[in-house]
Design a binder for this molecule. Structure first.
Ligand SMILES: Nc1ncnc2c1ncn2[C@@H]1O[C@H](COP(=O)(O)OP(=O)(O)OP(=O)(O)O)[C@@H](O)[C@H]1O
Ligand SMILES: [Mg+2]
Length: 250
């Protein structure tokens, strides 16, 4: 493995009965990169993320995350990777501060300086005005922000974000992506971002991969994919147009 590949899979495969949800996937993500993980419903994106977290066992192939095998070292991988799943679960009876205290205790974080850290996280995600409100009374966007605060409190090296802006209003989605971009820039957090919001993905990703029916049909910079499909650079075509071209040709 090259040392700057923070995620690397070789021939990663997941079979459900006869169907291959992920089929011979070779994916590399470099440290410090935002990688947009694209593909239609049912392509195998979430299944891939689950295998990378050690939450689902591959049927074949290998995966390494931060140099670790998620099947063998799931605990260590979970310590280093912040995973924001498609549907984040919360205890509605807790407020934002209590939710973060609970997550901190689950992750055995040191109580020293924890109160300050919790406030810092809530400020980072823009929830500092809502510290006392019960999560049950949060809007979807507020829950999503709390979800990312819960993920960030353990200082992850890598973030796996599965459709993080689904159901957010346009402003909320833009703010969320700006937050992801600043976490990448200021804290050097590597991001694997699965999203159908191609406009936002194009704005912040360094590279993208397009998965269709379990197979990665293209990966590279958006410019290189535009070049491959249209013979011209990224400026002429949107990611949506490039994506549709790959999609139609499969
Ligand atoms: N637990 C399971 N048992 C059987 N089949 C499954 C299971 N989980 C996923 N699949 C199948 O694997 C395929 C890939 O699903 P996956 O959830 O990874 O897609 P996805 O790319 O995340 O899609 P979406 O964009 O809709 O979230 C689908 O055909 C799905 O039906
Ligand atoms: Mg999914």
């Amino acid at each position: 493995m090259q040392s700057d590949n923070i995620i690397e899979t070789v021939g990663l495969t997941k079979r459900y009965q006869r169907q291959k949800a992920v089929d011979d996937l070779s994916l590399t993500v470099t440290e410090g990169e935002i990688f947009g993980f694209l593909g239609p419903n049912g392509a195998g994106k979430t299944t891939t993320l689950l295998m990378l977290m050690g939450l689902s066992n591959p049927s074949g192939g290998t995966a390494r995350v931060c140099g670790l095998d998620p099947t063998r070292d799931p605990k260590e991988v979970k310590r280093l990777v912040g995973y924001l799943p498609e549907n984040v679960g919360f205890y509605g009876d807790l407020n934002a501060v209590q939710s973060l205290e609970y997550i901190a205790s689950l992750n055995a974080l040191s109580p020293e300086g924890l109160d300050r850290k919790i406030l810092e996280m809530l400020e980072l995600v823009g929830l500092e005005e809502n510290t006392g409100k019960k999560v049950a009374a949060f809007s979807r966007g507020m829950k999503q922000r709390l979800g990312i605060a819960e993920v960030l409190i353990k200082d992850p090296k890598v973030l796996f974000l599965d459709e993080p802006t689904l159901g957010l209003d346009p402003e909320g989605a833009i703010r969320f992506m700006e937050l992801v971009e600043s976490l990448n820039r200021d804290r050097n957090i590597t991001v694997l971002l699965s999203s159908h919001n191609l406009y936002q993905v194009q704005k912040i990703s360094h590279r993208v991969g397009i998965m269709i029916e379990g197979r990665m049909v293209a990966s590279g910079s958006i410019g290189s994919l535009a070049e491959e499909k249209f013979g011209v650079g990224e400026k002429e075509y949107s990611l949506e147009e490039i994506y549709m071209k790959y999609f139609q040709e499969v």
